[in-house]
Design a protein around this ligand. Structure first.
Ligand code: HGA
Length: 607
């Protein structure tokens, strides 16, 4: 959330800063702004809403400075209006910030008591005032920043520009990510390597507590104790080409259709087809010593984790605890030393999950992380990285990252089952065979795109929608409801089918579509009974099952979607597709902003 870019350059920087923001827009689109230093003064442009609005402002009044900072905002404090858009300028200081200054209220009161006035409602502006106060008192920029950092609580990735010091940017990181890029006669700062990719491939990731002084010729990094430190310079490998939509109408649609390819790509790292083995990449972890697994994640990744709980317990017979990261971190969980804690995050920067990971590390857990961005903070801090190879996910509602997470977790569960002697060599070889066929089965599921588009009008007018499932289809029901909420703004709930009668059944009438996920198998009859309970109360059912299931119970439904039959370790990967497509087509029917839904952003770097 909130994207940051800075350039200390030898030629005008505004275009390149804007390009960096475009690459970061998935992090927030409440407002955007750029400030450069031009002929001894700040020159700033800001606009509410998406980057197009800032582009129009810049076209009208271009910026010419050769050093500048730029920001795309996801508001935490203060409405998404121009006065709250970053950069904020206070006297000789301009600032951009990603994160939350948790003690901003007492700091603001202190500053106001001195007669300082505020132009915005943000937490960020207090930092600008604090640094400005130091500078106005005679401090050099680096001393001013170092003095102020020690007063801040919360999370930040920040960058400062100084009116009286052309060719200087100071950045600081605590919690939120920050990366520096090395150039020729120029240097760069950004939220991530993707933002910097067209500018530099030679980058260094700042550690927590680091702050950095950038001039055209040098990058000096200091740690939290203000000691000069070196951080390894690595080749980022992030693609400089921006990700295009191709022939698709939305990134989300493109990403849904990419799934067979990226899941195949991901599985390549986990499956050895010629040996008939499932293996974890680059890991010498002895899985047979694992007695308990603790899974922690947020949002869609949490639902992938819930599916994994069913798999790990069913196939490997290892107990699994699972929690959303924001609860796990603060509820003082009991963790036995040597346990395995598994964190799942697309970006690898999710603030709640990162805080939980660090807590588990302090509690002596072995840390494994299922991550899509290999250079992310979580990937760097985990003991074992289980990568997904979904490629950049631009649509704010996660789709391909989810199915790739499921593919990794299926391989992990099978590995654990093998290590525990709960899966025979033959069963493993059979599973490898089936995993090889996942992309093909996913393509079969995608073939139903048009049918699902044709039923979107059945759901689009609804105010409330219920999703029901049992076993691993219960988290999928929740994921389906989450997708629908996120992009179509329809209230939706995912329920364990058996829980319906304990309350939510009171909501059922003919205006509430109920989406039932029920592949044929051991839980089928029970789910169908729950479906009948809904039908008996006038509920309208969209039934997702395989040919056998539809044959048995498809009659009388409002609509049906036929999925191919698959092994239990594969079936949730396949059933993810109809729930994604349904949410997508309903959102299109409603005309919402599918790729950038209101109030949301990707890479949630605040707690
Ligand atoms: N707290 C600042 C920055 C918000 C942010 O980083 N979001 O991810 C604001 O509200 O402007």
């Amino acid at each position: 959330m909130c994207g940051i870019v800075g350039i200390v350059g030898d030629r005008p920087v505004a275009d390149r800063l804007f390009d960096g923001l475009k690459r970061l827009e998935y992090r927030g689109y409440d407002s955007a702004g750029i400030c450069t230093l031009d002929e001894g003064d700040f020159d700033r442009r800001r606009a509410e809403g998406k980057l197009n609005n800032l582009a129009a402002v810049l076209a009208d009044k271009p910026l010419h400075g050769t050093t500048g900072i730029a920001h795309t905002r996801w508001a935490t404090h203060g409405a998404p209006v121009v006065k709250n858009a970053h950069p904020h300028i206070v006297g000789p200081v301009a600032i951009i910030h990603n994160g939350i200054i948790e003690n901003f209220k007492p700091l603001r009161a202190e500053l106001e008591a001195e007669g300082r006035t505020f132009e915005s409602d943000t937490d960020t502006e207090v930092v600008a005032h604090l640094v400005a106060r130091e500078i106005e008192g005679g401090a050099e920029p680096r001393d001013a920043v170092a003095a102020v950092l020690s007063r801040l609580h919360g999370a930040f990735g920040m960058a400062f520009l100084f009116r009286d010091h052309p060719g200087l940017i100071i950045g600081a990181r605590h919690g939120s990510p920050l990366t520096v890029g090395y150039g020729e006669g120029e240097n760069y700062l950004g939220s991530d390597a993707i933002a910097l990719a067209p500018l530099s491939q030679r980058i260094a990731y700042l550690d927590d507590g680091d702050w950095v002084v950038l001039t055209r010729d040098e990058i000096e990094i200091y740690d939290k104790d203000n000691q000069r430190v070196e951080r390894e310079i690595v080749l980022s490998g992030a693609s400089a080409a921006s990700v295009e939509k191709g022939n698709y109408r939305h990134y989300m649609q493109k990403e849904i259709f990419e799934q067979p390819i990226v899941v195949a790509q991901t599985l390549q790292s986990y499956v050895r087809p010629y040996e008939g083995k499932v293996a974890l990449p680059d890991s010498d972890l002895d899985l047979s010593s694992i007695r308990r697994v603790t899974i922690v994640a947020c949002g869609t990744s949490f639902y992938a984790g819930m599916v994994a709980k069913y798999w790990i317990e069913q196939f490997a017979r290892v107990p699994v605890d699972i929690d959303v990261a924001s609860e796990f971190r603060y509820r003082e969980p009991v963790l036995e030393k040597g346990g395995l804690a598994l964190f799942i995050s697309q970006s690898g920067e999710t603030a709640d999950t990162l805080a939980a990971l660090r807590h588990a590390q302090e509690e002596g857990q072995i840390i494994a992380a299922v991550i899509n961005v290999p250079t992310s903070t979580m990937a760097r801090e985990a003991d074992i990285v289980l990568p997904t190879h979904a490629g950049p996910e631009i649509g704010v509602a996660s789709t391909k990252a989810f199915t790739c997470q499921l593919a990794v977790l299926a391989a992990f569960s099978a590995n654990l089952a093998r290590a525990n002697g709960r899966m025979s060599e033959e069963e493993e070889a059979d599973l490898v065979d089936r995993l090889q066929k996942v992309p093909e089965i996913m393509n079969e599921a995608l073939d139903h795109d048009e049918d699902i588009a044709a039923m979107a009008h059945l759901v689009a007018p609804a105010r409330d929608v219920l999703y029901l499932g049992r076993g691993p289809d219960y988290p999928l029901a929740m994921e389906g409801a989450l997708k629908l909420k996120e992009i179509s703004y329809i209230h939706a709930e995912g329920y364990a089918a058996g829980e319906m009668k304990h309350g939510p059944i009171a909501l059922i009438d003919d205006a509430v579509p109920v989406i039932v996920l029920a592949p044929s198998g051991p839980l089928f009859e029970k789910t169908v009974s729950n479906m009948e309970e809904v039908r008996a109360r006038g509920g309208k059912i969209i039934f997702v099952s395989d040919a056998e299931g539809l044959e048995k119970a498809g009659e009388g439904c409002l609509a049906t979607i036929e999925m191919p039959k698959a092994h239990p370790l594969i079936q949730p990967i396949v059933y993810a597709i109809p729930v994604q497509l349904l949410a997508y087509h309903v959102a299109v029917a409603k005309g919402t902003d599918v790729d950038q839904p209101r109030n949301l952003a990707k890479s949630v770097t605040v707690e």
